[in-house]
Design a protein around this ligand. Structure first.
Ligand code: AQP
Length: 332
């Protein structure tokens, strides 16, 4: 079976709807066809300041949400990144074959450091895409399910894998991004030209999965649309309506043309109210399942421990091969 690998940050506590539709749903689907590895990337979370107690709690919460979303420990390997030390080790190797200019071109760093202020951004934040390269290459991943915002990092991964293979002989599988076009970028409900993001300007545009469903329903009902009245998919002219149609279609499985027909002659209010209801219906059992996993720390720990063991076996083999090819003397 081909391999799939992806990671998600525990930073915000709750995942948001963009994370779910853009990435996590694809994690769940790929369990069926791939030998899949998924991790909570706590080492990426510490590239920005974190409160230790919150990070600890959010890491477990992230794992619980992934299970609640449908990851099945019998069909995939779920683990915490820092439990597999090879990530940091191969990350260093990758740092050493990346050009400074090349790393400087990563747009996510530019955006995130601009938000924090250039002086406050850490070197860790700067090199985080390179750690991500190591995350992917360690597992010889063929496919990396991510949202559109990660495309550039997957390109970097491919470049570095090819560079390493070219210099030292074939060591790494060249991965491809698995980006599902329809849901690759879910937009902010208040600013439908901006990506839905945990660092949104206004919390009103961000739908957190673990918020009180009533609060989220209200956000859908007050989503920004336009001054027209026709419900039609048009990303350029009608970004707000198009985003709502995308979310509706993803949650119900109804195609967008069918939705356009269904809402012909109806106002935006109907679409927003329906979507609020659809979301609440979907998210309520998700809350229950998350609570169940959190309430059973023994099971959660055991899933994560088994996952780390399986992940380490693969990661250690890849790291040893990379070290050897580069000329590092193996320890006796
Ligand atoms: N709006 C989105 N639409 C589709 N996919 C998205 N992803 C994030 N936002 C959207 C995808 O979710 C996965 C996990 O993301 P992450 O852990 O890297 O978190 P992030 O990208 O830092 O999330 P945010 O909310 O976008 O954070 P900030 O505000 O810090 O940039 C990834 O596969 C990502 O593509």
């Amino acid at each position: 079976r081909p391999r799939a690998l992806s990671g998600i940050q525990p930073t915000a506590g709750s995942f948001h709807l963009g994370n779910y539709l853009g990435a996590i749903r694809q994690y769940v689907a790929l369990q069926e066809s791939h030998d899949a590895f998924y991790m909570v990337v706590d080492l990426h979370a510490i590239t920005v300041p974190q409160d230790p107690a919150e990070l600890r709690a959010n890491t477990r919460l992230a794992a619980a949400q992934l299970l609640a979303a449908g990851l099945d420990p019998d069909r995939c390997t779920l683990f915490i990144q820092s439990h597999v030390p090879e990530h940091a080790q191969l990350g260093w190797v990758m740092n050493c074959i990346t050009g400074f200019g090349e790393a400087s071109r990563m747009t996510q760093f530019k955006d995130k450091s601009a938000k924090q202020g250039a002086d406050r951004a850490t070197v860790g934040l700067f090199t985080y895409p390179i750690l991500q390269v190591a995350d992917i290459l360690l597992y010889q991943a063929d496919s990396v399910p991510v949202g559109e915002d990660q495309r550039q990092h997957i390109e970097l991964t491919r470049d570095l894998a090819e560079r390493f293979n070219g210099r030292y002989g074939h060591t790494f599988t060249i991965p491809a991004p698995h980006i599902v076009r329809e849901v690759a970028k879910i937009y902010d409900l208040q600013d439908p030209t901006a990506k839905m993001s945990k660092s949104a300007v206004s919390p009103k545009g961000l739908v957190n999965l673990l918020d009180d469903p009533k609060v989220s329903a209200k956000k859908f009902r007050s989503a920004v649309t336009d001054t027209d009245t026709v419900i039609r998919y048009d990303e350029t002219e009608k970004p707000g309506v198009s985003n709502l149609l995308t979310i509706h279609s993803a949650l119900t499985g109804t195609g967008i043309p069918e939705l356009e027909q269904q809402y012909e002659g109806k106002g935006y209010g109907a679409l927003k109210t329906d979507l609020a209801d659809i979301f609440v219906e979907w998210v309520t059992p998700f809350h229950e399942r998350t609570r169940e996993y959190l309430g059973d720390p023994e099971t959660l720990d055991s899933v994560l421990a088994k996952g780390a063991e399986k992940a380490r076996a693969v990661a250690a083999e890849t790291l040893a091969a990379a070290y050897d090819r580069m000329g590092l003397v193996p320890a006796k």
